[in-house]
Write a protein that binds this ligand. Structure first.
Ligand SMILES: [Zn+2]
Length: 142
């Protein structure tokens, strides 16, 4: 599992992350953006380069998904073709973007190497923008 995770991360991100298998304490007061792992990590790379807040994110290798905390209230106004935002949505949703219904173990936490482990929601506006820009960049490169 660790080797697969390492390969997957090296393909998806250029930043360094600490991997934590133990769960973090339950988080309240955040909404959670669910998106494709590669898209999400690439957008987070850009956010980190810009000095934006990025805290621990939950990565599901099985479903190639990443769950990113954002400020509470985002779920009501998040309308994006590349992701969905759920209230208190820390449960990986098998099937997002596919027809898969297989359940998963839940995934591992990725912490930016500068992160203390405290939950730090990303700016929903900045994250939304970065996901859109990254997706458009990939579409024009294809
Ligand atoms: Zn999953």
């Amino acid at each position: 599992m660790i080797k697969e995770l390492d390969v997957m991360l090296s393909l998806a991100t250029r930043s360094s992350w600490h991997v934590q298998f133990a769960p973090l304490p339950p988080h309240r007061g955040v909404d959670v953006v669910h998106t494709n792992l590669r898209l999400g990590l690439s957008a987070l790379d850009d956010l980190r380069d810009e000095g934006g807040a990025v805290g621990p994110v939950l990565c599901c290798p099985e479903h190639q998904a990443v769950l990113i905390p954002v400020e509470e209230g985002t779920a009501d106004r998040w309308h994006a073709p590349h992701s969905q935002c759920l209230r208190a949505g820390w449960q990986c949703r098998p099937g997002y973007g596919t027809n898969t219904v297989r359940r998963c173990a839940g995934g591992v936490w990725l912490l930016p190497d500068t992160c203390s482990g405290t939950l730090l929601p990303a700016s929903s506006q900045d994250l939304h923008h970065r996901l859109c820009v990254t997706r458009a960049r990939w579409a024009s490169a294809a």
